[in-house]
Design a protein around this ligand. Structure first.
Ligand SMILES: [Zn+2]
Length: 260
């Protein structure tokens, strides 16, 4: 493989306990596969210390944020904690985003709090001039409406995007990128195939969301950044371009967005 095929996994939770037993081996295998790094998103106050420790140990970039699954009645104190940590780490070059934050209608018993916690994090992204890493599950309409009313200086990415070409275009018009992950490898993900086939490569970055989101062919097994190569190959196939070209563009997109 040539140096031009260097890849970055823009979204991998390598701090999660699923990697505790073999994290060194996973990073070694990544570097062998020319996956030079990954971005580790933050999910909750209970995870942040460990996340930062792993990010620093393996020289990974990271985001700090409150994931919608972890939003509860105490969301305001989590946001205060987040705000304090962002102040503290803002000069750390490895802090590259606010997130992962967002909306999830599948787990919506905390919906009102999700909206408030997300809005607070959009304000923090604006204050700190950082892009946002957004989680959107069955929530594109409310998310698009929130993003339309908060013009963030550095925009961000809709990670693990799944939706129609029309929805994809609305995010792109607002200046956001789409994170394409393992769902693309599912034969029945026709909508997503169409999105990657139709829209310009400038619209995308690639990711695995490890340890979750293994494709159907590997259902039940732990996902890892090593899947990135297959995602890029599938994107190149759908875009009818070479792997080298697509890899270069994806690297340039992710580097620009997060100023890596
Ligand atoms: Zn995630």
């Amino acid at each position: 493989m040539t140096a031009s095929l260097r890849l970055i996994d823009s979204h991998a939770h390598l701090d999660f306990p699923e990697f505790d037993s073999d994290r060194d081996a996973v990073f070694a295998a990544m570097s062998k596969a020319n996956i030079s790094s990954c971005i580790i998103p933050g999910v909750s106050p209970a995870h942040w210390d460990r996340q930062l420790q792993v990010a620093h140990q393996y020289a990974c970039s990271y985001g700090l944020g409150l994931h919608p699954w972890y939003v509860d009645a105490n969301w305001q104190s989590a946001i205060d904690d987040l705000s304090e940590r962002l102040d503290r780490h803002r000069s750390d070059k490895k802090l590259v985003a606010v997130g992962e934050c967002g909306l999830d209608k599948i787990r919506d018993n905390n919906w009102q709090w999700q909206l408030q916690a997300l809005e607070a994090q959009l304000l923090l992204a604006s204050k700190h001039q950082l892009p946002v890493i957004l989680h959107s599950v069955k929530s594109h309409e409310p998310l698009i409406s929130l993003l339309s009313s908060h013009s963030l200086p550095r925009r961000g990415v809709i990670h693990g995007f799944y939706g129609s070409v029309e929805v994809a275009k609305r995010y792109i018009e607002l200046g956001y990128l789409l994170g394409i992950g393992g769902l693309l490898l599912n034969e029945d993900a026709k909508k997503l195939h169409k999105v990657v086939e139709t829209l310009p490569i400038e619209s995308f970055i690639c990711e695995t969301d490890s340890p979750s989101m293994a494709p159907k062919s590997a259902r039940g097994s732990r996902n890892s950044p090593l899947l990135i190569g297959q995602i890029v190959t599938k994107m190149a196939h759908l875009q009818k371009k070479s792997n080298v070209l697509i890899s270069e563009r994806l690297l340039s997109n992710v580097s620009q967005l997060f100023e890596l």
